[in-house]
Design a protein around this ligand. Structure first.
Ligand SMILES: Nc1nc2c(ncn2[C@@H]2O[C@H](COP(=O)(O)OP(=O)(O)OP(=O)(O)O)[C@@H](O)[C@H]2O)c(=O)[nH]1
Length: 602
């Protein structure tokens, strides 16, 4: 379909809070336009990775081209860009939005506006999008479409009088959504005779095709064999393949202005394609103004990942390299730890990103890993006037050489039913939060807090969900660095520091966190033949202590010494158990202890 009429193209995203039904709606649109037959339709086709499907979250933004004959009798091309809903992946939302002119704003009619509804809709408004509000899940008895319509107007301040009430689950009113896309969202603009100007929206590595680049054409045309240049990197390539997603890849002769599609070329690494870059013709005199790029995704949380079995180090390196091919926001470099041996210091966009990468490494590459305490980036001002960015508490310089330590702060927006407000305020307060604002959105309270990121990376989100029985929603963005009275706390097991458990904490919180960690470790570390002290310390000062009593019983004692095979079985079993432990000096610490100790609420 070359020479696509630009006025018959609609490029749109779906913005919503997590679980409000974006992916389900995308599936229905694909089905309703006959892009896939029912038999081809796997539920949530846009969520392609297994983990995404299992956890029901969308990680990578995906795109699909739909053909739709509207009630006006004209044939339209609809390009749908799916976007992730979780806060960790907010940067992917803004890059998808930059490729489109409009958005469907999906709000669960039984839940109403949530923290990420707000965050995402503001991204869309920033991107100058036309919005079509869609009230989903009206099949649920608890749905209150009229009240939610009013809420959208009151809270977001947009006209919701023509919001489309739908059920993405049953397919009710999907036809109205398609008509709204065509009639209420604008067509793209562009000049097919101008020099090529395209936005590099995304890129990833495909085992068969190599690097695949997702592009949105603004001006000009793109054809197979054409020579193109990336303005930012100045790299030049000849286009090998050109196509669109339906949602499978389909070759196409040409992409014109307003269209979204993919190209491949002899590009070696995803890193050669800078997301947000402008692609143009490889002609000398095209002085085109590059499109505004995107803010690069900066890792904000760091942790060490070590193989349980030192022999898996090379496998881990290879696996991380593979994951990084498709995820430029994941970074890693080699690190060695006294207790854990060789591993990698890794950077992530947030805790969910960390969990997903760890899970993929373990599941897809069959690796057993130990993750160390997640840490944020601290700025350390030294007495000699220099500054250090600290990614790993282990590298903290001697305190006498430090003038001050600064830590990153965030502004968090939390929406919650009134009943849980008290517990949530207490949680924020306990995490050194400073309340900025509190008001009501219908029956829900909306609070804004400034919080130190290091108090959020541990388990803030889990705690928030548990104190609000899952009803509170949360979104945040980094604001600035502020000086804090931070100290390095070490955990000593049998008098030896376990570097993987070191962390920077606020002085006022050190004792309670240290105590909680010691208590937790006491429960998690099995008894040994000797007494094991577990201590938390700041420098030489011990601030908390627990003791694991010595084990007296011999596991094989009850076998009367006679039954060799039974004895061997028991010993084998014990050995199996040992495999999952890590030895520190003479003490075995089970893998769960690392994660669990970090999740304590001290
Ligand atoms: N009853 C009902 N359930 C729905 C409807 N639409 C979606 N759901 C359910 O709501 C849950 C979340 O839907 P998803 O489509 O995965 O939500 P999402 O917004 O794409 O979530 P992320 O991809 O994680 O951001 C799923 O269990 C869906 O089956 C609906 O119209 N009615």
């Amino acid at each position: 379909m070359s020479e696509e009429l630009i006025e018959n193209i609609r490029n749109f995203s779906i913005v919503a809070h997590i679980d409000h039904g974006k992916s389900t709606l995308a599936d229905r649109l694909i089905q309703a336009t006959g892009t896939l037959t029912d038999r081809e339709m796997v539920e949530q086709v846009l969520d392609s990775m297994d983990i995404e499907r299992e956890r029901g979250i969308t990680i990578k933004a995906q795109t699909v081209r739909l053909n739709y004959r509207a009630q006006d009798g004209k044939d339209y091309v609809l390009n749908l860009m799916d976007t992730p809903g979780h806060v960790d992946f907010a940067y992917e939302v803004s890059r998808s939005l930059a490729a489109c002119e409009g958005s469907l704003l999906v709000v669960d009619a039984s839940q109403g506006v949530e923290a990420q509804t707000l965050a995402n809709v503001y991204h869309a408004i920033d991107a100058n999008h036309e919005l079509v509000p869609v009230l989903n899940k009206i099949d649920l008895p608890a749905a209150e479409p009229d009240r939610i319509k009013q809420q959208i107007e009151d809270v977001i301040g947009i006209d919701a009088s023509e919001a489309v009430p739908i059920s993405a689950k049953t397919g009710l009113n999907i036809d109205l959504v398609l008509e709204a896309i065509v009639t209420r969202l604008p067509a793209p603009k562009g000049d097919r005779n101008a020099p090529l100007k395209a936005l590099l929206v995304d890129s990833w590595y495909d085992a068969y095709l190599g690097v695949v680049v997702l592009v949105r054409i603004f001006d000009g045309t793109l054809k197979k064999g054409q020579r193109v240049k990336m303005i930012g990197t100045n790299a030049q390539y000849e286009v090998d393949r050109l196509g669109v997603f339906r949602p499978k890849m389909q070759a196409i002769a040409e992409l014109g202005p307003g269209e979204i599609g993919f190209i491949t070329a002899a590009i070696k690494e995803v890193a050669d394609t800078r997301v947000g870059d402008t692609i143009t013709d490889d002609r000398k005199n095209t002085n085109i103004v590059p499109l505004p790029g995107f803010k690069p995704a900066q890792p904000v949380v760091f942790c060490g990942l070590f193989p349980m079995d030192a022999a898996q180090f090379e496998d881990l390196r290879a696996a991380m390299g593979r994951l990084r091919l498709n995820d430029a926001s994941f970074s890693f470099e080699m690190e060695s730890s006294a207790a854990l041996g060789f591993g990698f210091r890794c950077g992530f966009l947030g805790l969910l990103h960390l969990e997903i990468i760890q899970e993929r490494l373990e599941r897809e590459f069959n690796l057993d890993l130990i993750a160390t305490a997640p840490s944020v980036i601290y700025k350390i001002n030294m007495t000699d006037g220099s500054h250090i960015e600290l990614h790993n508490p282990v590298d903290m310089p001697d305190v006498v050489k430090i003038t001050s330590i600064e830590e990153p702060w965030i502004r968090a927006t939390i929406l919650t039913p009134d009943d849980y407000l008290g517990s949530i305020l207490k949680l924020c307060q306990d995490r050194r939060g400073v309340q900025v604002d509190l008001n009501y959105v219908g029956k829900r309270a909306m609070v804004q807090y400034d919080l130190p990121l290091n108090e959020v990376v541990f388990d803030f989100y889990d705690r928030l969900k548990s104190v609000s029985k899952g009803y509170a929603s949360f979104d945040y963005h980094l604001t600035d660095y502020k000086e804090g009275d931070l100290v390095k706390m070490q955990i000593l097991v049998n008098a030896e520091p376990v570097d993987a458990l070191s962390m920077l904490v606020h002085r006022d919180r050190a004792e309670s966190r240290g105590r909680a960690m010691c208590e937790k470790l006491k429960d998690l570390i099995p008894q040994h033949m000797f007494v094991i002290p577990i201590q938390a310390a700041i420098g030489a000062k011990i601030i908390a202590r627990e003791t694991i009593r010595a084990l007296r019983k011999d596991v094989t004692a009850k076998c009367y010494g006679g039954d060799i095979s039974r004895k061997r079985k028991l010993l084998e079993k014990q050995k199996e158990g040992k495999k999952k432990m890590r030895q520190f000096g003479s003490v075995d610490i089970p893998q769960e202890a690392f994660i669990a100790a970090l999740k304590v609420d001290g």
